[in-house]
Ligand binder design. Structure first.
Ligand code: FES
Length: 178
């Protein structure tokens, strides 16, 4: 039965104003806790990548003798942090140039504009991006088009007669160019 205040318990007894206030506060607290339980994993999923340290892994790309001095060739390797379901999308690549007997330079495959894969044009001594006409000189500097930065370079080393590249995440920003 409803009294003049309009509040009754389930058993029909009248609820005091203090009890109603307590139940209202309890409802708010329980709703807040529930919202927090749902929000924590969502916020973690959204913000997590900002604080994740990107893995960098040395990947073998071929034997030292496979590369001729002066040539720039595409070398394939596996992404440093492939997802379990990535399949062929875990395959990535870089442009590698042997400048003398023991020195190599590696350039990212990805244009610094929007990440399209660039191609090395041997006859022109240029890297060309097919997406929006970006052009890079042989040393990676921007020659023309919208790319805002030079092609990032990847560290290269020779270990036990094998050439290795320090693979990292796709560098749309934040990579230094040397
Ligand atoms: S992605 Fe290369 S020029 Fe736009």
């Amino acid at each position: 039965m409803v009294n003049e205040i309009g509040s009754v318990s389930q058993t029909g007894e009248q609820l005091s104003p203090e009890r109603r206030a307590f139940l209202a506060r309890l409802s708010i607290v329980l709703a807040s806790v529930s919202a927090l339980i749902v929000a924590i994993p969502v916020v973690g999923f959204i913000l997590g990548p900002l604080f994740e340290k990107l893995p960098r892994v040395w990947r073998r790309v071929g034997a030292l003798d496979d590369f001729k001095v002066g040539e720039t060739v595409k070398v394939d390797f596996v992404d440093p942090s492939p997802l379990a379901w990535a399949g062929v999308t875990a395959e990535t690549a870089a442009w590698l140039r042997r400048t003398d007997q023991n020195t190599f330079i590696a350039f990212s495959l990805h244009c610094t504009h929007l990440g399209c894969p660039v191609r090395w044009i041997d006859t022109a001594d240029l890297f060309l991006c097919p997406c929006h006409g970006g052009v890079f000189y042989a040393d990676g500097r921007v020659a023309a088009g919208p790319p805002p930065r030079p092609l990032p370079r990847l560290p290269v080393r020779v270990r036990g007669g094998q050439v290795e590249i320090l693979a990292s995440a796709v560098p749309l920003s934040g990579w230094s160019s040397r």
